[in-house]
Design a protein around this ligand. Structure first.
Ligand code: ADP
Length: 349
């Protein structure tokens, strides 16, 4: 069902991603694959469908759960949970690893003490079998321990030929930063990775998606509602799915817009305020910058003037460059415009 609000897991439920899916499946033997695109564009869906189609055992790590200043205990807990979820497929190879205990259906990894198992050791053991290690929202691994985690992945890249890492990320600049594509000091620097950049559906495809979704739910939606949904939400499948479900439940298009804007307001605050080293003043400045961009200030000079007015002070140009860079890294904006039309409306609040 297209309007199922959970990430899709089966090929028949995945709309219009044949090229991306085939690309992912034919490259699944590579050591490192990156799947990038804004929130709700369908990264998790594509990943889960590909994992399902490949029939290979996998370990799925949801890095969303990591706090900004995560420690070893947190990262080991995350890996333990992921190993537990895939236990039926990997029990035979992790059973005899020092520092790994299996208690019923759950796996525990020792993260300190004499029984400690390093991530690199763990990867070397997993390498006995062909396994995919997928890390969803991998940019969350940035932080105090990211170097050690990346070193373990770099080690596996070089020595563990049975392992494939798939990293997904919606804050694309931060994901690149994690991989260190521009930083020759990064452990993963210079290593090739296959990348899939997911883009929104075209208007025609978006309309087709909505029509099919309504049809599956035996709901007639008139042309003008469909047109309004697509004009407001553009071709971002997660928003289209949300809108479709609310319309089916009897909400008006205005109510649906309102609900989604409220969701986006919340997300933007979380995104900005959850960043380390972002003080209240800086967070306010980010939001002012976003407001200025939403009002159509689409060049350096216009934006600079608008922000100086809003802040009632003269900013240094490096401050503005820095803000823009950070907002681009978080994939909120690109080239003085919003990557998600709902975010654009949300910052006007
Ligand atoms: P992301 O991981 O990029 O945030 P998700 O895979 O979680 O995106 O998708 C967000 C929502 O949109 C989910 O409800 C999912 O079912 C739906 N969705 C995304 N892409 C597609 C697609 N190609 N076909 C059908 N539904 C999709």
């Amino acid at each position: 069902m297209l309007f199922d609000e959970r990430p899709k897991t089966k090929r028949e439920d995945l709309f219009d991603r044949e090229n991306e899916l085939n690309g992912l499946l034919t490259n699944i033997y590579r050591p490192l694959i990156v799947l990038s695109g804004v929130r709700r564009i369908g990264k998790t869906s594509l990943l889960l469908v590909a994992l399902n189609e490949s029939k290979l055992p996998f370990i799925l790590i949801d890095a969303r759960k990591l706090k900004d200043n995560y420690g070893w205990k947190d990262i080991y807990e995350l890996f333990s949970q992921a190993l537990s979820s895939s236990l039926d497929k990997i029990a035979d190879i992790i059973r005899n690893i020092r520092g790994v205990s299996i208690l019923g259906t759950s796996v525990e990894l020792s993260w300190k003490g004499k029984n400690y198992v390093s991530l690199a050791d763990l990867f070397d053991h997993l390498n006995q079998k062909r396994i995919i290690i997928a890390i969803d929202e991998a940019q969350r691994l940035r932080g105090p321990l990211s170097r050690e985690v990346k070193e373990a992945i770099a080690h596996a890249y070089d020595y563990d030929r049975n392992l494939t890492f798939i990293l997904t990320g919606s804050e694309v600049g931060l994901l690149y930063d994690l991989i260190g594509i521009e930083n020759d000091k990064s452990p993963l620097y210079g290593r090739y990775f296959y990348e899939i950049k997911l883009d929104r559906f075209s208007k025609e495809k978006g309309i087709e998606f909505l029509k099919k979704g309504f049809e599956e739910n035996k709901k007639e939606a008139n042309e003008s509602t469909i047109e309004e949904i697509i004009n407001f939400f553009d071709g971002i499948p997660g928003w289209l799915t949300l809108a479709g479900n609310y319309i089916i439940s009897g909400k008006s298009i205005e109510e649906v817009k309102e609900i989604s804007i409220r969701i986006a307001v919340n997300e933007i605050s979380n995104l900005i305020e959850s960043k380390r080293n972002v003080s209240e003043i800086v967070a306010k400045r980010y939001k002012n910058t976003l407001k200025c961009i939403s009002e159509g200030n689409n060049s350096w000079t216009k934006l600079y003037d608008c922000l100086s007015k809003r802040e009632n002070s003269t900013l240094s140009s490096s401050t503005l460059s820095n803000i823009l860079q950070q907002l681009e890294n978080m994939s909120i904006i690109y080239n003085y415009d919003f990557l998600d039309p709902v975010y654009k409306e949300a910052v006007k609040r």
